[in-house]
Design a protein around this ligand. Structure first.
Ligand code: ATP
Length: 289
């Protein structure tokens, strides 16, 4: 085998709470993470004739193609860990919206770790892959997995949860970026923010009913991002008016999603949203288990 191609799925947060800060400044979180059916396609090839240890290309020119790409960093980390001498090339077909709270870079990095493990027969254990992943970013260990997980610590302490109830997921990605670091900084200045009830959501997951779960979802970062970007709140309200059972921002934004139980309503909403340029990109998808 000289090459391997993998799907690298994006994620949304079904809940996001910030519970404190570590002494080193990292925020402690409690998040319900969910894999969704939007994916990059990542190919890793052995490249014996290449003059570079790692070369990287991407279908989107705005994605960095050098050592600052998280997929490149993942390859370098695996090479160092396994003492690999061979050269490789990586190609990323980018579909996941960028800087959107959907873990686009993290999932490419996770795909490269998995691909190199198979391509070079490294037999890395899950623990070893997690240890490499967490050094690249707090979301990367989750991206080595699929489905519904509770993420605690800085996002790297993962507990498998019952699958989220079946839903039609409308994703709306407004065409501007939000600085995650700035959002967390601003949250630190808010006294007594309202926290989502993660424990209630965890017990609702066991009941497997979409309406109660969707209505209870919450993201503490909305307090900051929506205050600074009211369009996000407007999109959320419009998604609810279109018949969603719940709607929320993922990560630090700006992407908003809505959960529907009726596929026709979700499709109709997607068409309506796509007609307005200020909404950006609209995608209809489902949860991946
Ligand atoms: P998260 O949800 O984990 O916070 P995100 O979806 O908000 O991540 P990314 O799409 O990962 O954000 O992109 C953030 C920045 O990372 C981009 O602006 C880009 O410059 C850089 N980046 C590095 N590697 C990649 C990659 N493989 N794909 C996309 N962006 C990357």
């Amino acid at each position: 085998m000289d090459e391997i191609t993998l799907y690298a799925y994006g994620k949304i947060n079904l809940a996001l709470d910030v519970t404190g800060r570590r002494p080193d400044g990292y925020h402690l979180v409690r998040m319900i993470m969910q894999t969704v059916g939007i994916y990059d396609i990542v190919t890793v090839r052995k490249a014996p004739d290449s003059h570079e240890r790692i070369s990287l290309t991407c279908s989107r020119p705005e994605v960095p193609a050098g050592p600052s790409n998280l997929a490149w960093k993942a390859a370098a980390a695996v090479m160092e860990h396994a003492g690999l001498k061979e050269n490789i090339s990586i190609h990323i077909e980018k579909n996941i919206p960028m800087a959107a709270g959907m873990a686009g870079g993290s999932t490419d990095a996770a795909a490269v770790i998995r691909a190199m493990n198979s391509l070079f027969g490294l037999k890395l254990t899950q623990e070893k892959m997690d240890a490499i992943a967490v050094k690249l970013g707090a979301d990367v260990p989750f991206c080595l997995r699929k489905g519904t997980y509770l993420a605690e610590g800085i996002g790297e302490v993962l507990t498998k949860l019952p699958d989220a109830p079946k839903a039609y997921v409308l994703i709306v990605n407004p065409p501007f970026e939000v600085s995650t670091a700035a959002v967390y900084r601003e949250l630190d200045g808010i006294e007594d923010p309202v926290h989502p009830d993660i424990d209630r959501l965890l017990s609702l997951l066991k009941e497997d009913t979409l309406d109660a779960f969707a209505a209870e979802m919450g993201n503490i970062l909305e307090l900051v991002t929506i205050k600074d970007n009211p369009l996000i709140g407007e999109i959320r309200d419009k998604i609810m008016s279109a018949g969603a059972l719940g709607s929320m921002m993922t990560g630090s934004g700006p992407t908003v999603f809505g959960l529907f139980d009726e596929p026709q309503l979700a499709r109709k909403a997607c068409i309506a949203f796509s007609g307005e340029a200020e909404n950006g990109r609209c995608i209809l998808t489902e949860f991946i288990r």
